[in-house]
Ligand binder design. Structure first.
Ligand code: PEP
Ligand code: MG
Length: 584
């Protein structure tokens, strides 16, 4: 057995069939065994030689055949999406089909082939022309559709060249790839993929968050993994330690079975906590809510007995559809969540589109997207989109269990302007006699250092806070949450981040509003006692780890947590804090 220690190896396992261990960064827990599907993006090199006139009919046939295969693939996915719980992906597929079967586009490609270009060359030329046309638009939404043309072009070329793609990933398989986008994670969930290994990516990226919410085990930052693994190799991935076993030997498989049995027993023990309160030994209750991304997540939220949702990432609806949903579609979605959650609260965060949620083409291409047109900044520039969403939320608020959460607020002006838009929408609904919750609570995400520093002012104008430690850490420490190269710099236990959390909690208490924490830190068992000691009221967590955190809350006392938090604040370095938290 070989152990390749850490990231940076170039050893190849392709010829040897012996077991190989590699280690990456654990990013979504779980222990899974499956067959590898290796995805290597192929650069498109097209030879620009002209074809002879007798090759024209067969080249047109190649192009038509590829279009048919791809259309059939999409149609079959659409049928599955219609009957299954992932029907929201339908619109994204419909758009792809619409482009693929566009008569003007296929006529142009066939004309180019008739002029002497190969099928591949004609495809690249026509798709690139269309893409450029979209990129030249002044409308950012049209511009963003360009990426779909690229994706369709790549798939068609791959079919023409007979290349395998992740579309063949079957139930129980493990995807091995360079990187993965949030939309691709959604697709992998569709296919029943149980594990993902990537060469690049950050543990707080939205792809990683989605993998956790879909219970897909994931390890990231494993350099050269796409060359170490062959298609069809057996893999064991441990999402808790980051260890990957390639072609495990008999004894490793036995050890895997034993660990799985333990995992099952542990789940059973945790299951006993579902109906018990999340109360410390000395009686302080911490409200535990669930982070959800789709209405389908409601089931797992209810299974673990969460007290409603503390964060619904509504932008995933946009990512899944590939475009902004209509008011009717949003109404249906929010109504479903509100009804299923009732009487518990639902916290709908306005579309936090931008940053790493742009891969699907939303919003515009920027040099520094994480510092760009994201969240509330985008919405305040596109009040048409903002108003539709607020209208849909207000109309769904009849049960009075919906709360609105504003993403990426960094100034009082942004809060004032958003409240003004909400008030305008309310006035219109009143004139139209449409019922809604006039007292709908409005919360602010504290996820920029700027917001934390003006938390006192913000608290005086809103109903609750939710601390987004993923972004708060990224922006405080200038550490890109999606970049595995600086994963060690991205640390929510850094004293600077903790100070900002403390300031936020203090401001909330001063203004008598509740403060929740909904970043990934909320699901970190090492953080629980510290956060209780700092005075957090609520934690919002991915359902799969909620019971672990409840267990932890029930093991500590508020009094000892306060002393523990004080001791942590005495520490001057990240190292000392980690030591106190038992992380090293
Ligand atoms: C956060 O930033 O911590 C957060 C919860 O929001 P998101 O992860 O969606 O950016
Ligand atoms: Mg955030």
């Amino acid at each position: 057995m070989n152990l390749i220690n850490g990231i940076g190896t170039t050893l190849s396992n392709k010829e040897t069939k012996q077991e190989l261990l590699v280690k990456g960064i654990p990013s979504s827990p779980g222990l899974v065994l499956g067959r590898a599907v290796v995805v290597i993006p192929q650069p498109i090199f097209v030879i620009s030689e002209l074809i002879s006139s007798d090759e024209i009919p067969s080249e047109i046939e190649r192009y038509k055949n590829a279009t048919k295969i791809f259309s059939d693939e999409i149609r079959s996915l659409m049928t599955k999406s219609k009957s299954g719980k992932n029907r929201n992906i339908l619109n994204l597929l419909e758009t792809n089909l619409f482009i693929l079967e566009d008569q003007f586009l296929s006529d142009s490609i066939e004309n180019l082939i008739s002029d002497g270009l190969s099928a591949e060359m004609a495809l690249v030329q026509e798709f690139d022309t269309q893409k450029q046309f979209l990129l030249n638009s002044h409308d950012s939404l049209i511009k963003e559709r360009a990426i779909e043309f690229d994706q369709i072009k790549h798939r068609l070329i791959a079919i023409i060249r007979n290349q395998k793609t992740p579309l063949k990933a079957g139930k129980g398989s493990i995807i091995v790839c360079q990187s993965i986008t949030p939309a691709e994670v959604i697709k992998m969930h569709e296919f029943g993929v149980v594990g993902i290994i990537t060469e690049i990516g950050g543990i707080s990226s939205h792809s990683a968050i989605l993998a956790r919410s879909f219970d897909i085990t994931q390890v990231i930052g494993v350099k050269d993994i796409t060359s170490l693994v062959n298609n069809g190799d057996f893999l064991i991935i441990d999402g808790n330690t980051g260890i990957i076993q390639i072609n495990p030997v008999e004894e490793s498989l036995e050890a895997f079975t034993v660990k799985k049995k333990k995992e099952k027993e542990n789940k059973k023990t945790l299951g006993r906590l579902i109906r018990l309160p999340a109360t410390t030994l000395d009686g302080k209750e911490i409200i535990l809510r669930a982070n959800i991304n789709f209405p389908e997540d409601m089931e797992s939220m209810q299974t673990v007995g969460a007290y409603g949702t503390g964060l619904v990432r509504t932008e995933h609806f946009v990512v899944q559809k590939g475009k902004f949903p209509s008011i009717e579609e949003q109404l249906e979605w929010y109504d479903e969540i509100a009804h299923q959650c009732y009487p518990n609260p639902v916290t709908l965060r306005l579309f936090d589109i931008g940053s790493d949620k742009t891969a699907e083409g939303l919003p515009v291409h920027e040099n520094n997207p994480a510092l760009g047109l994201r969240g509330i900044r985008f919405l305040l520039q596109r009040t048409d989109i903002l108003k539709i969403q607020i209208n849909a939320i207000l109309r769904s608020s009849k049960l009075k269990n919906i709360r609105i959460l504003l993403p990426m607020i960094s100034s009082i002006e942004e809060l004032d302007q958003t409240i003004q838009v909400i008030d305008d929408c309310k006035s219109t609904l009143k004139v139209q006699n449409i019922p809604f919750d006039d007292m709908i609570p409005i919360g602010v995400m504290i996820e920029t250092p700027g917001a934390a520093l003006i938390a006192d002012e913000l608290a005086s104008k809103c109903d609750f806070f939710s601390i987004g430690t993923n972004d708060l850490t990224q922006y405080t420490l200038a550490a890109d949450r999606t970049n595995e190269l600086i994963a060690h710099n991205f640390d929510s236990f850094h004293p600077a981040v903790l100070k900002l959390i403390k300031m936020t909690i203090k401001a909330a208490k001063n203004h008598n509003i509740k403060v929740s924490l909904c970043g990934e830190m909320a699901g970190h068992a090492a953080a629980t006692s510290l956060l209780i000691g700092m005075g957090i009221d609520e934690l919002s967590i991915v359902p799969s780890i909620l019971l672990e955190i409840k267990k932890r809350i029930r093991e500590v006392s508020d009094e000892e947590s306060i002393a523990f938090a004080n001791a942590i604040f005495e520490c001057r370095s990240v190292f000392d804090i980690h030591k106190k938290l038992g992380l090293i």
